[in-house]
Design a protein around this ligand. Structure first.
Ligand code: AMP
Length: 376
């Protein structure tokens, strides 16, 4: 099988690694350069999307912000999975919110803002404090504002207006501020025949809006709620592939924050922690193969490596630690790789993460140090 991935970053790279044992070969379309590249070697394999579409058995995507003309070109070939509508839903908060309502899934109260009058209506409808998010193009907490008092509305409006006017079809989605206890996410896969399976929930810690730690958790009541919501969203979208749902946990009640129509950073722990990793299961789903077991085999925590291109050698020498580099050029704050830390028991996993604080710097890995200070 030959799968063409729209996007040529680390997710395409990890799909390539997971697909090789199944004889599934991956080419990646770099949306910026228009080149077709090998996601591991970065070798240019050709130019022009049309040719690549013809050669592929299946087309999929590693991110949701793909120009719509490209999505439609791929959809017309009949090979794109998940479909263009599902991918577009993840890239537009207005469509995403409408989908969550349609699927009957709990999410934060919201209001779409196009004008200053809408902003006033949003304040009345949603209430204060509120979170304001650009409808298109926002990720990792970018393109967001917080409004804590009505008096500040005039102060932040010029920036919001600039954002709305900067690109076609842009708007701001105002959302009630959710006083959550923690953030969790559910990654799962749905096959062409409608069969679906989910992994255990992940608990996610963000640092400056970017995911820093993601750990498999054993939380049966939450897992059941999350599963029900996953089924509703995946079925409503007639989804094929891996889909991630991000939630706020508010005193044991889950509210969906957003969805990601793709393999997800909070599912990277499945490479060491689950029977079949999310990358393999995505490929199985889109290629029409049976899904692999999503069972937890070892409690696992993923530590994102942000803006660093080297690690102390002690990491490789630590039992249960696996490093996954993405082969990228170093840039401040950039996702450069991740470390998966696994253990037989959760208590042992905690002990190992605490021990990592002795070898990883607090500047580069603040979340590991915070974890260690809370658990020592
Ligand atoms: P997002 O890009 O929607 O994932 O938002 C980035 C981060 O902002 C989330 O991981 C939360 O920590 C926080 N956040 C987003 N929406 C809300 C909300 N409605 N209430 C409280 N915090 C939020």
């Amino acid at each position: 099988m030959h799968v063409l991935v729209l996007g040529a970053g680390q997710l395409a790279r990890m799909m390539s690694l997971a697909g090789a044992p199944l004889n599934i070969h991956i080419s990646a379309f770099d949306v910026v350069s228009g080149q077709i590249i090998h996601p591991l070697t970065q070798e240019v394999q050709g130019h022009g999307l049309e040719n690549a579409i013809q050669q592929a058995d299946v087309i999929t995507a590693e991110f949701e912000h793909i120009p719509h003309d490209i999505l439609h070109q791929c959809e017309q070939s009949g090979k794109l999975l998940p479909g263009a509508q599902a991918i577009k839903t993840g890239g537009d908060r207005r469509v995403e919110k409408a989908l969550l309502d349609q699927a009957g899934v709990k999410n934060a109260k919201y209001f779409v803002i196009n004008t200053r009058d809408d902003f006033d209506s949003a304040i009345r409808h949603v209430g204060i404090p509120m979170v304001l998010k650009s409808a298109l193009g926002g990720y990792d907490g970018k393109g967001q504002w917080r409004l804590k008092s009505t008096a500040d509305a005039d102060k932040i409006w010029p920036e919001m207006q600039q954002c709305i006017e900067a690109s076609d079809n842009q708007a701001i989605v105002a959302e009630e501020f959710v006083p959550f206890d923690r953030e969790v996410s559910l990654v799962g896969a749905r096959g062409k025949n409608g069969e679906w399976a989910v992994y255990p929930l992940s608990e996610n810690i963000h640092t400056d809006g970017v995911l820093s730690l993601s750990t498999s958790i054993d939380a049966q009541a939450l897992q059941q709620q999350a599963k029900t919501m996953f089924e509703a969203v995946a079925n409503t979208l007639n989804y094929v592939g891996v889909l991630a749902l991000e939630f706020f946990d508010v005193q044991g009640q889950l509210l969906v924050n957003e969805i990601a129509p793709r393999v997800h950073n909070s599912g990277h722990w499945t490479q060491q922690g689950a029977d079949t990793c999310q990358f393999e299961n995505h490929l199985r789903a889109v290629c029409g193969l049976p899904l692999g077991s999503t069972k937890l085999i070892r409690p696992t925590c993923m530590v994102n490596i942000l803006g660093e291109d080297t690690l102390p050698s002690e990491i490789l020498a630590t039992e249960g630690c696996h490093i996954h580099w993405y082969g990228k050029e170093k840039r401040s704050g950039r996702k450069m790789g991740h470390i998966n830390v696994s253990a037989d028991y959760y208590a042992e996993l905690e002990r190992i993460i605490c021990s990592l604080a002795d070898v990883l710097s607090a500047d580069a890995f603040p979340a590991v140090h915070q974890f260690a200070s809370q658990h020592k």
